[in-house]
Design a protein around this ligand. Structure first.
Ligand code: KIV
Length: 263
C-alpha cells in the first residue's frame, strides 16, 4: 500500500517529480486508482459522468459530501481533494460554513475552489480557519454558462498576465497547491515557474508540476465528448458493452449460470 501524502510531502514534490491526481466518485474506483495516484479528486465533474447532467453547475454540497465519503471509504490511505460545488463559496461566510460542513462530515484532506485573484480573500479566510485549499485557475468549468462555453485560456498576452496574477494571488492567500485547466502549454509553464506551490495541469501541457484527469475520460467510459487533452488509456465503454452483451447472450442461451456458478 502507498504511504499517504501530506500537504508538506505534496509541496516537496515540486521540482522533484510530477504529481499524479485522478478523480474518483465512489469507493470501488477510489480503491482502484489509489494504487497509482498521489491524490484523488472528488470532482464536481461527477455531475456529468455520474449523474448525466450537461455541466457541473447543479451539483449540490450534499451530493459532494456523499461521494467524498464513498471515496474516503474506498481509499482511506489517499490524499483526498473535495470540490466545493458552484454557489457554495460566493462569499467568505458561506464558503467557511460550507467548507466546515465538508470537513466535519467527511475526512477530505482539502477542498478545491475555482477562481483566481477574485477568490483570494475567500481562500485566505478558509486557510486562516483551518481549511486546506487547493486552488483552480484557468478554464473554470463552473463558469461555463457565464462564459458561454469552455474557453481555453492564455491565448493573449493579457490572459497570460492575468493567469500569473491569479496563481500568485491563490498562493499568497494560502493555497498549498492548485489545478490549472485548459491553458496554452507555454503559459501554464510560466505560471508553474511563477509560484512555489505545485501547479497540477489538465489540458495545460506537460511543463507543470503534475497532471490530473477525470477517471471516466481516461478509462474511455465517458462517450458524450472527448476534449483534446484526454488520452484514453482503456476502451472502457467497448469492454463494458462487450461484457454485458456476452452475459445477455449466455442468459438467453441458458449457458449462465453453469455448474460452477450454481449452489
Ligand atoms: O471536477 C473535476 O473533475 C475537476 C477537474 C476537471 C480538475 O475539477
Amino acid at each position: 500500500m502507498r504511504k499517504k501524502l501530506t500537504i508538506s510531502s505534496i509541496q516537496k514534490c515540486k521540482g522533484e517529480r510530477p504529481l499524479v491526481m485522478i478523480t474518483a466518485y465512489d469507493a470501488l474506483f477510489a480503491r482502484l486508482v489509489s494504487e497509482s495516484a498521489d491524490m484523488i479528486l472528488v470532482g464536481d465533474s461527477l455531475n456529468m459522468s455520474f449523474a448525466g447532467a450537461k455541466d457541473t453547475l447543479s451539483t449540490t454540497l450534499d451530493q459532494m459530501i456523499y461521494h467524498t465519503n464513498a471515496v474516503c471509504a474506498g481509499a482511506s490511505e489517499s490524499f483526498i481533494v473535495a470540490d466545493m460545488p458552484f454557489g457554495t463559496y460566493m462569499n467568505k461566510k458561506e464558503a467557511l460554513k460550507n467548507s466546515l460542513k465538508m470537513f466535519q462530515e467527511t475526512s477530505a484532506d482539502c477542498v478545491k475552489i475555482e477562481g483566481g485573484k477574485d477568490k483570494a480573500d475567500i481562500i485566505k479566510y478558509l486557510t486562516s480557519n483551518g481549511i486546506a485549499v487547493c486552488g483552480h485557475i484557468g478554464l473554470l468549468p463552473q463558469s461555463v454558462r457565464g462564459e458561454g462555453g469552455y474557453k481555453v485560456k492564455g491565448k493573449t498576452d493579457d490572459e497570460a498576465k492575468q493567469l500569473i496574477k491569479d496563481a500568485k494571488a491563490v498562493e499568497k492567500a494560502g493555497s498549498f497547491c492548485m489545478v490549472i485547466e485548459g491553458v496554452k502549454a507555454e503559459v501554464a509553464k510560466e505560471v508553474a515557474q511563477a509560484v512555489s506551490i505545485p501547479v497540477i495541469g489538465i489540458g495545460a501541457g506537460k511543463d507543470v508540476d503534475g497532471q490530473v484527469l477525470v477517471f471516466s475520460d481516461m478509462l474511455g467510459l465517458f462517450e458524450e465528448f472527448t476534449p483534446k487533452f484526454v488520452k484514453k488509456y482503456l476502451d472502457g465503454a467497448s469492454l463494458v458493452r462487450g461484457a454485458v452483451a456476452s452475459y445477455a447472450d449466455e442468459v438467453q442461451k441458458r449457458e449462465f449460470p453453469s455448474e460452477i456458478h450454481t449452489y
